[in-house]
Design a binder for this molecule. Sequence first.
Ligand code: C2E
Ligand code: MG
Ligand code: MG
Ligand code: MG
Length: 282
Amino acid sequence: HAKKNGRGRFCVYRPAMGEELRRRRALEFDLRSALPAGGLELAYQPQRSGSGRLIGVEALARWTHPTYGVVGPDQFIPIAEQGGLIEDLGLWAIRRAIRDTILLDGLRVAVNVSPLQLRAPGFVEAVRGILADTGFAADRLEMEITESVLMTRDTQTKANLLGLRHQGISLALDDFGNGYSSLSYIADTPISRIKIDRSFTTQLGSKAAIPAIMRAFRDLGAGLGIAVMAEGIETETQQRKLEALGINEFQGWLHGRPMPVDQLSALVAADTRRRALQVISC
Ligand code: C2E
Ligand code: MG
Ligand code: MG
Ligand code: MG
């Protein structure tokens, strides 16, 4: 990306660039109509405790484009942010996640929130409105924010974070350890959970320092009295290592892929039955 190269550097022209730019413009144009037309979906990925119990889900946006096929959020979220669509998209995601999960047995649902949404003065009010309209319990709603949000000096962002907490919504620090991780910012914000970035889980078997870092994350969570979740668990080996390090919340392919809402309903029903049977056998 030319932008990332920064000022004072020049960007070598590649023939592919024109094509990329065209695609990007087309995606932005189509995203504008896909959102009101119902072209976006949410997929839900399970979050589990060490015993395998379902403790929540993360809602992840999905877009199937008529000609490009499935376009991932890593592609269309930045487009939405730069094209001024993220506030609408973000509120759509919150409404949709609530609509999809409201009947699912008290399940907690986490929605990703862009830093740009948090800069908007009306954000907390809009969320309050959605909760009031739906009757969804605020403590079932979690918002995933990134470290950059905590680093900002923007007073509206700070006010919004406090406003969300005041509503009873919990805040999770997403991709933790991958950004700036200035711990002083954690002290200033009422975070409820840290989600350790997937890269740490991935490198568990290959980098000698990772277990010590994981233990530090675990202790940080314990000291602050907040939950610590590891992301990106794909193998039993990673799972065993994380448990041995005292991590007790998990999200990753091993525990379930992101799935459509009807599949999630079946999963929640199965989990509820399993828990009921455990109670009976006690
Ligand atoms: P994220 O919030 O960190 O979400 C986790 C990403 O890791 C998801 O990618 C998920 O599918 C993927 N993942 C989960 N478990 C595993 C695993 O075991 N192995 C591997 N390799 N990957 C795993 P996805 O769905 O492509 O989302 C990418 C990012 O897009 C998200 O990262 C989030 O930052 C952003 N995003 C998604 N939906 C929304 C949304 O509604 N609003 C905003 N603002 N951002 C969103
Ligand atoms: Mg997330
Ligand atoms: Mg994450
Ligand atoms: Mg991520």
